[in-house]
Write a protein that binds this ligand. Structure first.
Ligand code: GUN
Length: 286
């Protein structure tokens, strides 16, 4: 039997409607949530991503500013802009689009963002809070994956989840979020021999390695939940994920498509984080 498709576009629309309503409520109280997005350089893919982030803010009642800089911008100048945005009461979230030009140290830049405004959840403080099980802002992509898994109605407690990939932005925080949901978690990566040995035992697989056809049908347990974070191109130039979708959907119980799965959720959770940041910065109710 064919897997149920987990529709990230539809789930996003539901969550965004709620985000829009909550943004208006904060705005009515004089605190419209605000996101600053900084792009340095002229990477065309990054330009599309930041435009989509700003457009999503505009469509859901969030204030947004997009600052674009020449690739020659100095690290000191970027840090000075972040300091100014940290002090700006109309801005509750700051996102510096990665990758940055080689002369700018991304770790220094991320560390310069006020913890309360770290809507990417990339800072050492945010990552530490996640590891310690403390409240905080979670990286948008794995946070969105959790919402997609939740939408299946299947409990994670006691299930075996296998994460393919160990990046700081997806794989590692994904593993921690799954642990927090009481799954038993295995993290596989480029040095793992025989991925299938692990994935065949998995009730949930999250694929985030950036290589198409990494997860094939013979590697999937019947009925498993498969979440595909990949964004690759096939030989025909069409967008595809890390999963052999056509074959795996015949084995899995649930599966996210690419496009239309994780992609829309990433921006949605960025909006959710900006809202969370704005609500937290508003302080306790009067
Ligand atoms: N580049 C690609 N994805 C992301 C993201 O989620 N946040 C930032 N800041 N840069 C990115």
């Amino acid at each position: 039997m064919s897997a149920q498709i987990i529709d990230g576009t539809a789930l996003s629309a539901r969550l965004r409607a709620d985000i829009g309503a909550r943004a208006e409520a904060l705005a009515a109280a004089g605190r419209r949530p605000g996101l600053a997005v900084i792009l340095v350089g002229d990477d065309p893919a990054s330009a599309v991503y930041v435009r989509n982030k700003v457009k999503a803010c505009q469509a859901h009642g969030l204030h947004s500013v997009l600052e674009t800089y020449d690739g020659a911008l100095s690290e000191a100048a970027l840090l000075a802009r972040i300091a100014a945005l940290n002090a700006d009461p109309a801005i509750h979230g700051i996102l510096v689009q990665m990758p940055l030009p080689a002369h700018i140290d991304p770790h220094k830049v991320i560390a310069a963002i006020a913890t309360a405004k770290d809507v990417d959840g990339f800072s050492v403080h945010s990552a530490g809070a996640l590891m310690a099980g403390l409240p905080g802002l979670r990286p948008a992509t794995p946070y969105g994956c959790m919402k997609l898994i939740e939408s299946t109605g299947q409990a994670l407690r006691g299930k075996h989840a296998v994460v393919l990939g160990r990046s700081n932005t997806v794989g590692k925080p994904m593993a921690l979020l799954l642990l927090q949901a009481h799954a038993t978690v295995t993290v596989c990566h480029s040095a793992t021999p025989d991925l299938g040995r692990y994935t065949r035992e998995a009730d949930v697989v999250v694929a985030a390695v950036g290589r198409r056809d990494t997860l094939r049908a013979d590697m999937v347990k019947p009925g498993a939940i498969v979440i595909d974070v990949g964004m690759n191109r096939n030989d025909a130039g069409r967008l595809c994920g890390d999963v052999d979708f056509a074959a795996v959907r015949e084995v899995a119980g649930w599966i996210t498509p690419v496009p239309g799965g994780v992609g829309p959720m990433t921006i949605t959770m960025l909006l959710a984080n900006t809202l969370q940041a704005a609500a937290a910065q508003a302080g306790p109710p009067a």
